[in-house]
Design a protein around this ligand. Sequence first.
Ligand SMILES: Cc1cc2nc3c(=O)[nH]c(=O)nc-3n(C[C@H](O)[C@H](O)[C@H](O)COP(=O)(O)O)c2cc1C
Ligand SMILES: C=C(O[C@@H]1CC(C(=O)O)=C[C@@H](OP(=O)(O)O)[C@H]1O)C(=O)O
Length: 390
Amino acid sequence: MRFLTAGESHGPELTAIIEGVPSQLPLTEEDINEHLARRQKGYGRGRRMQIEKDKVRITSGVRHGKTTGAPITLHIENKDWTHWTKIMGVEPLSEEEEQEVKRKITRPRPGHADLNGAIKYRHRDMRNVLERSSARETTARVAVGAVAQKLLKAFNINLCGHVLEIGDVVSAQPHFTSVGGLKEVTESSEVRCADKDASEKMKRAIDEAKENGDSIGGIVEVIAENVPVGLGSFVHYDRKLDGKIAQSVLSINAFKGVEIGLGFEAARMKGSQVHDEIAYEEGRGFYRKSNRLGGFEGGMTNGMPVVVHGAMKPIPTLYKPLQSVDIDTKEPFTASIERSDSCAVPAAAVVCEAAVAWELADAFLDKFGSDTMDDIKKHYEDYVQEARRF
Ligand SMILES: Cc1cc2nc3c(=O)[nH]c(=O)nc-3n(C[C@H](O)[C@H](O)[C@H](O)COP(=O)(O)O)c2cc1C
Ligand SMILES: C=C(O[C@@H]1CC(C(=O)O)=C[C@@H](OP(=O)(O)O)[C@H]1O)C(=O)O
């Protein structure tokens, strides 16, 4: 499968085209809207989230509730667009209009894409950078991930993204019996954290950052269960699925770190404390006695739950000024204030879930074929039985 997204933060809409989804997969707009709504929730977001009511419109690749195998086109309207029609218009402006909307952005925010993007594309108005570098794009990625999740769910593969840390507040590791249970708990929490005490502390940490004109980051975890052994491959660098997941997670706006299983902690431990012992049980087949490696060995899934962590830096746009330099006057200034989130870690957990879902679904189709759900199901069931008997 592959996908492209397009659209600016304050343009009319976000669009995604997905190619390679098999035919006969049941899919409705509501399947996607559910995830779009989840991404919009979460403590610490700014005023923009009160304006947007993200809903998808499917205009191709689905007929009467099922995919056809043709490219799927998804559209999500930006409600805020009505306030930006002049500033974001496609047609050239008259001189008068130009005067009216002339509010060039010349003051780059430390930590955002503004300055590098302006130099690279030679823009003297950094709006041309911020519009596309904005994490508004993650709406499209979540929509695409929702399609991937629908496919995985047909094979009982379930995912959940949740918050482990915000600032210096750390959640006790969740004790979940199933991703379903974890999902329920985290969806009812404003910070999407399964630890009730930590959730309250996280909210206070967000409030405190906001009161101080500051922002705050955190760590999210995505767990996927019932993933079959053998997705991805060891034979070539760009077929290693853990590597693909890492790329996908790091490409989410503001994500600066990714771990599979113990991740960085494994580097500080002895081999005997890290590697998961192998066991065998009639009917179940091979399994690991623990899951410190997060479901991966040799770039392939090993049948244990996939566990991915992503670290999000604090949001760059700050009410508390940081120093920067105007690209026109070359004068130093302290950053101008724009509307902004103070913490988007709970929302980012949903984005991270979508990123992992996409990579798993893509690897799944690589292994089991990609034309029609019936063929894939046959192939999958044969393989799972074989693997159990191996
Ligand atoms: C869900 C989400 C919401 C975000 N909201 C904001 C925001 O309101 N203001 C901001 O400056 N950055 C926000 N960011 C982060 C920026 O988009 C990101 O830092 C920027 O694109 C630069 O990319 P980089 O941090 O990956 O280098 C958000 C990120 C995510 C994932
Ligand atoms: C719009 C979203 O996030 C935006 C991401 C973002 C950024 O710079 O990344 C800046 C803010 O945009 P605005 O300046 O319009 O308030 C966020 O609201 C969204 O998540 O849907």
